[in-house]
Design a protein around this ligand. Sequence first.
Ligand SMILES: [Zn+2]
Length: 111
Amino acid sequence: MDYQGYAKILEKLILETEDKITGIEQSCRPIAPSSSLGRLTRMDAISDQGVQQAMLEAAEHRLTALRNAAERLEKGTYGICVRCSKPISSGRLEAVPEALVCIPCLEKKSS
Ligand SMILES: [Zn+2]
């Protein structure tokens, strides 16, 4: 895939992730103590909030990575492994457009 192809994918993912964040934020507003929900329902709502908080953090983390990738694309360093400076395979970039390291480095890191 070429520069334009990755630029389009990153732009689309950034927009999707921003929408996702907006959606999560709207659904997890703080629960008011005076809420008319019963106590158990309120506990459920609070535990849902924990799940949503984790989803929100994951989405924000991804958004940062995607924006970073878009920036790298502009600078011409996109698709270059930050560890070994070798090109990252196109298969990996298509699967994970915000990837910063190549598969061999990723495997080394996790082992
Ligand atoms: Zn590498």
